[in-house]
Design a protein around this ligand. Structure first.
Ligand code: DOR
Ligand code: ZN
Length: 421
């Protein structure tokens, strides 16, 4: 294994220093190395951790594979991603989660941690084999029916009770299905103008309110996926003030884009939950700064061309996000490196109980890190994405920051902005 001397790097925005990486760990503040990287002007962050990635394998390898998604993640500065369970077959058994986990290890570009389904086939009728997934080689700790809401309150309660025994987490896609039947976009002025069926904010807020009460009752851990409304922020704020064990994520796109974009009828802007209003965007940004929202998670949702480049009503919801997440967050928050490290690396790792990620880049720490050039600007070109899908809402947009290098346990996965393998 080669050693690397990263010269003159600003660690999480601090004063320039040298960082020696040897034998998989941060070995010191200087010394001899096989390779030297001139990192003047670059910022080192602990490797980013994404709690919400769709990798599409098994089943839709035409849209993404564990390997292509892992490469996209590494290029985005990530060293660990959590793979959602809505694959085909669904990751609702020990066999499927072990398969995803093994494919992640084989790709070797980021640590891929499978999320298990809460219910069999994501059908919301019967609990999946949570215990078998937890004790499998994949060691699943987070369960989610993401893409679908666990709408049945009794099943949700049972799931929370079940995972409590091993301090597991239920990650909820909060969407009251009866309130979103036929929904195409956020319910509001724009949906009225366009004549599209609306997805009301209350469909999210009602489920979060219910679930924080259930989590409080059971004394178990709830994680709320892709929070998208100002009202949800208020429900979370109150629950946290009461001491409920709830954490929450926001996506980069909900921090930047609004429902006005639907007026183009370009399905690249169709996503679930939908893009909301400018007031919601403001509330989400503030909640991320305050800590009411704990983390940024991408909800990277690759889709094949035929599933996305069609009429709005038929298009699948979702956007790719791994390769643009940090630039989008930089454009929203500015160069608040401590906050970015907290919300995109340390806290997601802590929520997931993922050791070895999200640690300070101190001597002896696993060398999971990424180097960012904050002064660079990049025009997003979908053709240049490593993801197998092209459904980015940022095509042609100029975003700040370029990921120059990423290291996974001391081995570069990205160098000079390019994937190493
Ligand atoms: O936009 C979305 N896409 N939201 C989800 O909840 C699921 C995801 C997907 O799997 O494509
Ligand atoms: Zn979801």
């Amino acid at each position: 294994m080669k050693s690397y001397l990263i010269k003159g790097v600003s660690v999480v925005g601090g004063k320039p220093a040298d960082l020696l990486i040897r034998d998989g760990v941060v070995a010191g503040g200087g010394g001899k190395a096989d390779e030297t990287i001139d990192a003047a002007g670059l910022v080192a962050l602990p490797g980013l951790v994404d709690l919400h990635t769709h990798l599409r394998e098994p089943g839709r390898e035409d849209a993404e594979t564990v390997e292509t998604g892992s490469r996209a993640a590494a290029l985005g500065g990530y060293t660990a991603v959590f793979a959602m369970a809505n694959t085909s077959p669904v990751a609702d058994t020990a066999g499927v989660v072990e398969q995803v986990w093994r494919l992640g290890r084989e790709a070797g570009l980021v640590d891929v941690q499978p999320i298990g389904a809460v219910t069999v086939g994501l059908a919301g009728k019967q609990l999946a084999e949570l215990g078998a997934m937890a004790t499998s080689a994949a060691g699943v700790r987070i369960f989610s029916d993401d893409g679908h809401c666990v709408a049945d309150p009794r099943l949700m309660r049972r799931a929370l009770e079940y995972v409590k025994a091993f301090d597991g987490i239920i990650a909820q896609h909060a969407e009251e299905p009866r309130l979103t039947e036929g929904a195409q976009m956020h319910e509001g002025e724009v949906s009225t103008r366009l004549g599209l069926t609306g997805w009301p904010a209350v469909a999210e807020e009602a489920i979060i309110a219910r679930d924080v009460l259930l989590a409080e009752h059971v004394g178990s851990r709830l994680h709320v996926c892709h929070v998208s409304t100002a009202g949800s922020v208020e429900v979370l704020r109150q629950a946290k003030a009461r001491g409920v064990r709830v954490t929450a994520e926001v996506t980069p796109h909900h921090l930047l884009l609004t429902d006005e974009l639907a007026a183009s009828y370009d399905p690249v802007y169709k996503v679930n939950p939908p893009l909301r209003t400018a007031a919601d965007v403001q509330a989400l940004r503030q909640a991320l700064v305050d800590g009411v929202i704990d983390i940024v998670a991408t909800d990277h949702a690759p889709h094949a061309v035929e599933d996305k480049e069609c009429e709005w009503a038929y298009a699948r919801p979702g956007m790719v996000g791994l390769e643009t997440a940090l630039p989008v967050v930089l454009s929203v928050l500015g160069e608040k490196w401590e906050l970015i490290a907290e919300r995109m690396s340390r806290t997601p790792a802590r929520i997931a109980g993922l050791t070895g990620h999200g640690t300070d880049l101190a001597v002896g720490s696993p060398a999971n890190l990424t180097l960012v050039d904050p002064s660079a600007r990049r025009v997003v070109d979908p053709a240049e994405l490593a993801s197998r899908s092209r459904n980015t809402p940022y095509a042609g947009t100029t975003l700040p920051g370029r990921i120059v290098a990423t290291f996974l346990r001391g081995e570069p996965t990205v160098l000079d902005g390019k994937a190493v393998k």
